[in-house]
Every structure is written in C-alpha cells, then in structure tokens.
Design a protein around this ligand. Structure first.
Ligand SMILES: [Zn+2]
Length: 364
C-alpha cells in the first residue's frame, strides 16, 4: 500500500511546527521531525526541504543542513496559533495558577526596573548617587540612609496605591471563577494589585512580601502590621522622605516594608509562609492546574522556578513574556507579547470574538 503524497511546502499545516522544532533543537534531522510530529519519512523530508531558504541552508560540499545565519529569531509566525491554543487550554482547565512577575505590572503604568538604566530612569536621584536597586532595596540602606530608603519605598507605596491594575487582571479573575477548582496566584510582586483587582486574599501567595505591610527593623516581636495609617510625604526629586518615618509600635525602632530585600536576613516571612501553606494545601487537591506565567524574568527567578516545578508535575505552561520568552519552545506555549495584550487576545478566542470563522469540528 502506498501512502498518499503528503502536502509539501510552506502551505503544509505542520510547516510552522516543523520550523519551531528545528529552531528549538538546532537540529534538522529527518528522524527527529518524524518522531516529534509523528509523520512518515517522505512527509518529514518534504517539510525540511521547504524550510530551505527560510531558516535552513543546505551545504552541498558535505551534504549537511544548517540554521541560516543572521535570521530573525524574534519573529513568531505561530503567535496567533499559540493564542488560540492557550484559550483552548484555559477553556478546558479545571483550575489555574497565575504566576506573575514584574512584567505583569508594566501595562498598569508601573516603572520597568530592568537594568540599572531602567531603575535610574524611574529614580533619577538614586542614579545621581550611583545607588543601584540592589543597594537601596536592602536592610543596610535602612541602617545607613533611612530617609533615602524610605524615600524610595514611600514613593513606591504611594505609586502602587494610586495605580489601577490593568484590564488583564480582571480577565484572569473571570477565567478562574469559571473553573470548578478556581485559581491561585503566585506572585513576586509586592504591589498588592491582585488584591486590588478583587482576588480573594486566601488565594494569593506573595513570595517576596507586600509593600502594604510593615515590620520592625529590629524584629523585636515578630509582628507584621498594615500600612493603613502610613501616608509618606516624599521629595521625589531628591528621593527623600520628608514626613516622620514609621516606627515599631512595640519597641519604637524604625519600621520597614515587609518585603524580601537583597541580602535580607531580617525579613519576617511569617505572613508569606502562611500564604505558602494555603497554596500547598490548594495544590494538594488541584489536578495539574494550567499555569499562566506572566512577566517573570530570569534575573530574579523565583516565579520561573515555581512554574518549572509545576510543569514537571504535569501542568501545562503558558508563558507570556515580552522580553524573555523562548518562542521556539515546543514543550510550552511561550508568547512574546506584553501581559495586557496577550491576555486580551486570548480572551477574544475564549469569547469567540477573535476567531469568527472557526469550525469547532476541526478544533482537534
Ligand atoms: Zn520593634
């Protein structure tokens, strides 16, 4: 029996998947394409031949195939397909974990601290003093320059209070509410914006603490208290606190945000540990929740490590990251878009608005 001739060339429905695989593995062997795409030798050969002149070069002198030099690795021809696939995963999921890093807040208008320049653009006064993010976000800064440290954190507290979380927060919350086992949030952000967007507090783990809580710099009693009464007045041009700094109600020592800082041996993690316990209990009963990782970079990799562990435990992973997505990864859906745009485009697929001509019978 002869197989029907497979569709050759770039109109082949598997073409972009073959392209993704070859770029991810840096390997154009026919056998790998056959295995990964579950196709015959002839079909795989036709796909590889079609990749020639796109991403592959054929070297006739030793009959070898190579990834073309100088090709644009950042363009993702699969992005629409990925958004539709992500919507399908979310639509079919029984539960979901939102794993969010700093990139989640950018679309709400919060500053991007990536790199010294990003940080110093947001805090020019610290740039003039050559103070890096790592030096000001540290317990040592509260010892040596308390007015500057509180100038920085006071400004951030005011900013986070004044900022409205972007529309993506609400979309995620709605998707989670429709799932039988609901949604849990794992975030390294200290801005409290998931709470502000209406997520239940018992379903949020803030692994680096919260700017809306205070602790004693001397850690006298282990107490953590809310910032409700704190209204810092900050000279923004100088990044200096002008009002009285908050004090520990027990011992009178300087208070600091209950945030995990750099080289921070004094962080009181009691509240964060409690949240973590709730997450672990929820995960015990949740069945392979779909993980949507958003704006979590490699620099401070806590969130990424969590989603990788979840993936090892069988969770499907959707990664949304404008700058650090591996768009050729065939083992996850990695989307190189900003948080708000990606979430809104996925939502269009979920509501059917993004895909008017879709024939559901062909969805598989
Ligand atoms: Zn104290």
């Amino acid at each position: 029996m002869t197989q029907p001739t497979p569709p050759a060339g770039r109109s082949d429905p598997l073409y972009l998947h073959a392209r993704q695989l070859v770029l991810f593995h840096g390997d154009a062997r026919i056998a790998r394409l056959q295995r990964a795409l579950r196709i015959g030798h002839q079909h795989a050969t036709a796909l590889r031949d079609a990749l020639c002149g796109d991403i592959l070069e054929y070297h006739a002198h030793d009959a070898s195939w190579h990834i073309a030099k100088g090709m644009d690795m950042t363009h993702d021809p699969l992005v629409d397909h990925k958004l539709a696939q992500a919507a399908e995963w979310i639509g079919n999921a029984t539960c979901m974990v939102v794993a969010a890093g700093a990139g989640m807040g950018i679309d709400s208008g919060l500053p991007d601290f990536r790199g010294d320049n990003g940080f110093w653009r947001a805090y020019p006064a610290l740039g003039r003093q050559g103070l890096r993010f790592e030096s000001i976000a540290s317990p040592q800064a509260f010892e040596k320059h308390p007015a500057t440290a509180w100038g920085f954190y006071g400004h951030r507290l005011n900013l986070y209070r004044a900022t409205t979380p972007h529309a993506g927060f609400g979309l995620l919350r709605r998707w989670g509410q429709r799932m039988p086992q609901g949604c849990f949030v794992f975030t390294s952000n200290v801005d409290g914006h998931f709470q502000k967007a209406g997520y239940p507090t018992a379903r949020i783990y803030e692994c680096h603490g919260s700017i809306h809580r205070l602790q004693c710099t001397a850690n006298c009693s282990g107490e953590i208290w809310p910032t409700a009464d704190l209204h810092p007045q900050v000279d923004e041009a100088a990044c200096l606190l002008q009002s009285a700094p908050p004090r520990c109600p027990k011992c009178g020592a300087l208070a600091r945000p209950n945030i995990l800082m750099f080289d921070d041996w004094q962080w009181n993690d009691a509240r964060s540990q409690q949240q973590r316990m709730l997450l672990d209990m929820w995960l015990d009963s949740a069945q392979a929740p779909v993980v949507i990782e958003i704006g979590a970079g490699r620099a401070v990799a806590t969130v990424r490590r969590f989603s990788q562990r979840m993936q090892q435990r069988g969770s499907p992973l959707i990664r949304i990251n404008l700058h650090e997505a591996n768009i050729h990864n065939p083992h996850a859906i990695e989307i190189s878009l900003g948080a708000k745009e990606a979430l809104e485009r996925i939502d269009q697929h979920l509501t059917g608005a993004g895909n008017p001509g879709q024939d559901k019978s062909q969805a598989d």
